[in-house]
Design a protein around this ligand. Structure first.
Ligand SMILES: Cc1cc2nc3c(=O)[nH]c(=O)nc-3n(C[C@H](O)[C@H](O)[C@H](O)COP(=O)(O)O)c2cc1C
Length: 184
C-alpha cells in the first residue's frame, strides 16, 4: 500500500514532522509513506487552476495515486495552519483528488489540548463539496498528542512516549482496515 502524508508545520524541528516520521518508520511493513512537501506549493489562485503550475500537478497526482492520506498538523490560532489550508484549496478544485479518499488525522501541540480545535476545523474542511474525503471516524481514533516536549526523542526525531505509541498502533490498524474497505 502507498500512503502520502501532509504535514501542517514547515518548521525543521517540527513535532508534527517527527510524529509523521514515527508513523513512516513504525508501520513500514504495512505501508510505504511518502511525506509530501506542501511548503513548496504557490498560493492557490483561481486564475491558474485549470493550468496549474507543474509542482501543483505533481502534488495532486501523488495524492490521487495514494491509497490513503495521513494529515499531521499543529494548531495555529485555534485552526489549521494556512499552508495546510492552501494545500486543501488546490486539492479541492478541477480534478477533486480527495473525493472518497481515506484520510487519517493526527496532531501534536506543546500545550494541553493536543490540536483538538484544529482537528475539528480540518474535519469540517474535509467534508466540503470540493474535498469530500472519506475521513476515519473520530470515535476512538483521535490522535491528539499534547505536551509534546516530554514525548519525543529529539535526537532520533521520533515519538517515544509508550502510551501514545500504543494508542497510535490501534488507530493506524483501524485506518489500514478502513483503507481496505474501500476495495471490497
Ligand atoms: C503561529 C502559531 C500559532 C499557534 N497557535 C496555537 C493554538 O492555537 N493552539 C495550540 O495548542 N498551540 C498553538 N501554537 C503552539 C504550537 O502547538 C507549537 O508551536 C507546536 O510546536 C507547533 O507544532 P510543530 O512543532 O509541529 O511546529 C501556535 C504556534 C504558532 C507558531
Amino acid at each position: 500500500m502507498k500512503y502520502v502524508a501532509l504535514v501542517g508545520s514547515l518548521r525543521r524541528g517540527s513535532y508534527n514532522l517527527q510524529l509523521t516520521k514515527t508513523i513512516q518508520d513504525r508501520y513500514r511493513g504495512n505501508f510505504d509513506l511518502e511525506i509530501l512537501d506542501i511548503g513548496v506549493l504557490p498560493h492557490y489562485d483561481q486564475d491558474v487552476e485549470n493550468d496549474a503550475p507543474e509542482i501543483v500537478k505533481t502534488f495532486k497526482n501523488k495524492v490521487f495515486e495514494a491509497d490513503g492520506v495521513i494529515i499531521v498538523t499543529p494548531e495555529y490560532n485555534w485552526s489549521i495552519p494556512g499552508v495546510l489550508k492552501n494545500a486543501m484549496d488546490w486539492l479541492s478544485r478541477v480534478d477533486k483528488v480527495l473525493v472518497n479518499k481515506p484520510v487519517m488525522i493526527a496532531g501534536v501541540s506543546v500545550g494541553i489540548l493536543g490540536t483538538i480545535r484544529a482537528q475539528l476545523h480540518l474535519r469540517q474542511v474535509l467534508a466540503s463539496p470540493g474535498l469530500q474525503a472519506k475521513v476515519l471516524p473520530a470515535a476512538g481514533n483521535e490522535v491528539l498528542v499534547n505536551l509534546a516536549s516530554g514525548k519525543f526523542d529529539e535526537t532520533k526525531e521520533l515519538l517515544t512516549d509508550e502510551g501514545t505509541l500504543q494508542h497510535l498502533d490501534g488507530v493506524v490498524k483501524r485506518f489500514i482496515e478502513f483503507v481496505g474497505e474501500g476495495f471490497k
